[in-house]
Design a protein around this ligand. Structure first.
Ligand code: ATP
Ligand code: MG
Length: 225
């Protein structure tokens, strides 16, 4: 599903560049759920952004679903991203003026899907995440856990093969965080979506199939459960 070979990345102009990732390699099979942990600043979000093709790795190779994606230009990268990848963030990134279903349906607007079809698809995903009774609520009318479940429904609506989640439970209390985690696991098992999740929570990391620990831009431990 996902293979990284010696991915190296830094920020800033070449002469004064600070290196953030140092020869990161990993290989994740289809259908797995991985946890990525490590102290603040160790490069976790940077790594997720490169894998999600939001940014381009300066060195090394990234392969997604058998395709080498590290050399793609921005246009081709966006096409691969839209086809294969879903994102979930710590702070949900929902649009405040849109209702739950409109937020969920948003990725389909760019695919020229008609409004009726978008709504039906969004309702199905909201049902999937247990929010069938909240479709007309706006984000500020939802709890944190519910907002995150809307964000997950939005990530799923394009039927991604790989879900990248950057501290998806980071803004939630332990109970709603636990529910979000259960939902992600269920999506992983029942929909067969591979998941790579950044978390600071040792307990949540322990429930994943594989744990990767980063320090100073390097993988210092990579353990299968
Ligand atoms: N756009 C940027 N420009 C310059 N430096 C950046 C940029 N984004 C991140 N960095 C630096 O890269 C390093 C790694 O950041 P990153 O966000 O990947 O860490 P992280 O492991 O996700 O940390 P956290 O757990 O706090 O989210 C940090 O030192 C950070 O300051
Ligand atoms: Mg981060």
């Amino acid at each position: 599903m996902l293979r990284l070979s010696d991915v190296t990345h830094g920020y800033g102009p070449a002469r004064s560049r600070t290196m953030v990732l140092d020869r990161v390699s990993l290989s994740m099979s289809s259908g797995e759920m991985w946890a990525l942990t490590g102290s603040s600043g160790s490069g976790k979000s940077t790594l997720l952004n490169l894998i999600g093709l939001l940014d381009r790795a300066q060195e090394g190779e990234i392969e997604l679903a058998g395709q080498r994606v590290s050399g793609l230009d921005a246009y081709e990268a966006a096409k691969v991203r839209n086809r294969l990848i879903g994102f979930v963030f710590q702070s949900f990134h929902l649009l405040p003026r849109l209702t739950a279903w409109e937020n969920v349906a948003l990725p389909l607007v760019h695919r020229a899907v008609g409004r009726r079809e978008r709504r039906d698809a969004a309702m199905a995903q909201l049902e999937r995440v247990g929010l069938a009774d909240r479709i007309h609520h706006r984000p500020d009318e939802l709890s944190g856990g519910q907002r995150q479940r809307v964000a997950i429904a939005r990530a799923l609506i394009t039927q991604p093969r790989l879900l990248l989640a950057d501290e998806p439970t980071g803004n939630l209390d332990s109970e709603s965080g636990g529910r979000v985690m259960e939902l992600l696991r269920d999506i992983n098992l029942r929909n067969g979506v591979s998941i790579l999740m950044v978390t600071h929570d040792e307990n949540l990391a322990g429930t994943c199939d594989h744990r990767v620990v980063m320090r100073d831009g390097r993988i210092v431990s990579s353990v299968e459960r």
